[in-house]
Design a protein around this ligand. Structure first.
Ligand code: SF4
Length: 296
């Protein structure tokens, strides 16, 4: 089921009678067994998890000279004290924590899963954390069935997010050097929104709408890392973009899938906006925060 555009992907969904993840899964089966696909996706989840856990164990300043303090370990300790029973009221704080942890690990040269890039690597793990802790199927699962339910969510989430990643790579770019941060954080937010919308039971049209909403509200996002380090604004930006993705999925699910702006239109707009963007805002650290924040 080859596709470059969301329109083609939606057409395939109608043919297979499934969603974004079903089309991706069918395509993956051309080169692997179903067990290998599942195993590979769960391995990606495990590496994301190790990345977060590694960051939670590291205190102190991030390397590079900006004197940026790691926040994830202290936030984790506070959350464990204030939210020992995973009260849903704290979902935002946990999502923030995962995004920060993964990006602190990236900023210190640790192992991350590019999703789709290093700078944006915290968004998909953070939104997937939401999907595997706060969705209805997780909260209603019997304890003995929980691990299986969570694995099924992860597989579906990553396949749907990957399908949207294909759309960005085919029609625009996921490179901050080419199109600014909208291509990195915007693409990741859009991919995560699609994954969550599908896990939460969205139709293909609602999943496409979720991805569209998340990207639309990241259009024009510049890349202006202070000191050329992937720390400010990158680390916090991942948490903000994760929140946008969750909101985009929720907004799409409150609609019926019918919407005015298509995902393809937004992706093409991102590519054009990126082409028009000054090189000052494309990973050169020559504009924006990179020149207005004093490096000391
Ligand atoms: S600001 Fe630039 S370096 Fe930082 S996450 Fe965005 S694209 Fe990556």
């Amino acid at each position: 089921y080859p596709f470059r555009t969301a329109a083609e992907l939606l057409a395939h969904c109608a043919v297979v009678g499934g969603n974004f993840s079903d089309v991706m899964y069918a395509n993956e089966l051309a080169g692997r067994t179903g067990a290998q696909v599942r195993e590979g996706l769960l391995h990606i989840r495990d590496v994301m998890e190790e990345c977060k856990n590694s960051a939670l164990a590291r205190e102190g300043l991030l390397p590079g000279g900006l004197k940026v303090r790691r926040r994830a370990p202290a936030w984790h300790a506070r959350l464990r004290a204030e939210d020992p029973d995973r009260d849903p009221a704290f979902w935002q704080e946990w999502v923030n924590l995962v995004a920060l942890a993964v990006n602190e690990e990236n900023a210190s040269g640790g192992r991350v899963v590019t999703a789709p890039t290093n700078g944006a690597a915290g968004i998909i793990p953070a939104v997937m954390f939401y999907a595997t802790h706060y969705t209805e199927q997780v909260r209603s699962a019997a304890p003995e069935a929980l691990a299986e339910v969570v694995d099924a969510i992860v597989v579906k989430f990553l396949l749907a997010a990957g399908a949207v990643g294909v759309l960005f790579k085919e029609q625009a770019s996921i490179s901050g050097a080419e199109v600014g941060c909208q291509g990195e954080v915007g693409s990741a937010s859009s991919m995560a929104a699609a994954g969550l919308a599908e896990v939460m039971g969205g139709t293909p049209e609602q999943v496409e709408n979720a991805a569209e909403i998340a990207m639309e509200h990241n259009l024009g996002l510049t890349c202006d890392p202070v000191g050329g380090l992937v720390q400010i604004p990158c680390i916090e930006r991942n948490a903000i973009a994760a929140a946008k993705a969750i909101n985009a999925a929720k907004m799409a699910l409150w609609g019926d899938g019918d919407h005015r702006v298509s995902l393809d239109e937004v992706i093409i707009t991102m590519a054009e906006t990126g082409r028009d963007m000054s090189t000052k805002y494309k990973e050169t650290a020559l504009g924006g925060l990179a020149v207005n924040v004093v490096e000391c």
